[in-house]
Design a protein around this ligand. Structure first.
Ligand code: NCD
Length: 375
């Protein structure tokens, strides 16, 4: 059964029933069929909705393109800004967002795309009883891609279904769907790891800390890392915020070693290569109070493995010792850098969807060759 939570099906009960039934048929397909529904005729991803749709080749392409885009924008900004001038994108955010929204918006600007936004849903026609299906289809009529954040766990699939009902199937990018997935955050976290560990991400030990149950960044991030060999993941959270069954099963099926630590963070710090902190997602219920045993203390920096790093998708609250923000030039502290990495990752995702990623990588090779000739 589909969980309808959070999607508005319109004022008319009979139309809502009809649409829901149609969507249910779509959503009932196997995960392989749903993956194919997210690809174009050449098997290239067309919709970016779930971490389970990515393979290592795709992720490497995104990382290499992000790295190249960064270099090319510095040297030849005009080239970058000329790549997608004929394309437009709608940033459709039904939930609060600072970094994801701004980094997408700036990524689109780096590629020369025309962009518009809807952030205040009260201004949309749902206030006249229009269903979200019709709103999304209408809004998509004017653009070449849609980036969307939504409180429903299944909005990603819903949006792909809406795209498939139309004659203009645009690329849809999930910028966070309820508690379930945040695939572009997973890619930017991965890009941060990839840069630091120089692409070598097998045999790593990772700690996800905080709200493992409802943290969509953890769900998508852990699924991505499960593509690697010999991975061990600690979920460090009190019992009521421990990892959800679906994510745990996904990791176990891929032979990831899963350890649930419910007492505190201190004992896990010396054992891992990356510590990924998260805030309590109390917009989904509860008080938001953070158990002090799970705070990342300043002294933990000295207890980490020599190459280990500290990440956070942000926004942060009390889960990281505030003193840490005043330490400059400690390469282990990655969460500020991650925000900038997010913009380049999103440049890479858009470039991939519009098939100009290879142009960016080639241009970068050329620039490097001119700067450092081989002979
Ligand atoms: C995260 C999100 O929205 O899931 N933020 C983000 O996109 N960087 C994490 C959070 O809100 O805690």
């Amino acid at each position: 059964m589909v969980d309808w939570n959070g999607i508005y099906w319109g004022e008319s009960g009979s139309v809502a029933e009809y649409d829901k039934k149609k969507f249910e048929e779509f959503a009932a397909q196997t995960s392989e069929e749903l993956f194919r529904a997210c690809c174009d005729n050449n098997g290239r991803l067309k919709h970016i909705i779930r971490a389970e749709h990515f393979n290592l080749e795709f992720i490497r392409t995104i990382c290499e393109t992000a790295e190249a885009a960064r270099g090319v924008a510095k040297m030849e900004d005009k080239f970058m800004k000329g790549l997608l001038t004929s394309k437009s994108v709608l940033n459709y955010f039904h939930q609060p967002s600072s970094r994801t929204f701004l980094s997408f918006s700036m990524a689109e600007a780096h590629l020369g795309m025309r962009r518009e936004e809807i952030r205040d849903i009260k201004t949309s026609s749902s206030s006249k009883g229009e269903s979200e299906k019709d709103s999304l289809r209408t809004d998509s009529s004017y653009f070449d891609a849609i980036v969307c954040r939504h409180p429903s766990d299944i909005y990603d699939l819903f949006a792909v279904w809406v795209m498939k009902t139309s004659n203009r199937e645009l690329p849809f990018i999930n910028a966070g769907s309820g508690k379930s997935e945040h695939p572009t955050q997973a890619l930017l976290d991965y890009y941060t790891d990839w840069r630091w560990f120089k692409g070598d991400l097998d045999h790593k030990v990772i700690a996800y800390v905080g709200d493992c149950k409802r943290g969509r960044t953890i769900h998508s991030g852990a699924k991505l890392l499960a593509l690697h060999k010999d991975m061990k993941v600690y979920f460090v959270a009190p019992p009521e915020l421990q990892i959800d069954e679906e994510t745990e099963r996904y990791l176990l099926d891929r032979e990831v070693k899963v350890i649930k630590e419910t007492h505190g963070l201190a004992q896990v710090v010396p054992l891992v290569d990356k510590i990924y902190m998260t805030r309590i997602q109390n917009e989904h219920g509860g008080t938001g109070e953070y158990d002090p045993n799970f705070i990342f203390r300043k002294k933990f920096l000295g207890m980490m493995r020599p190459q280990a790093i500290l990440e956070h998708p942000m926004p942060k609250r009390e889960e990281i010792d505030p003193e840490i923000d005043y330490i400059k030039n400690d390469p282990a502290i990655k969460y500020w850098e991650e925000q900038r990495n997010g913009m380049w990752t999103r440049v890479a995702i858009l470039a991939y969807l519009f098939d100009v990623d290879v142009d960016i990588r080639r241009r970068y090779e050329k620039i490097k060759e001119i700067a450092e000739p081989k002979t």
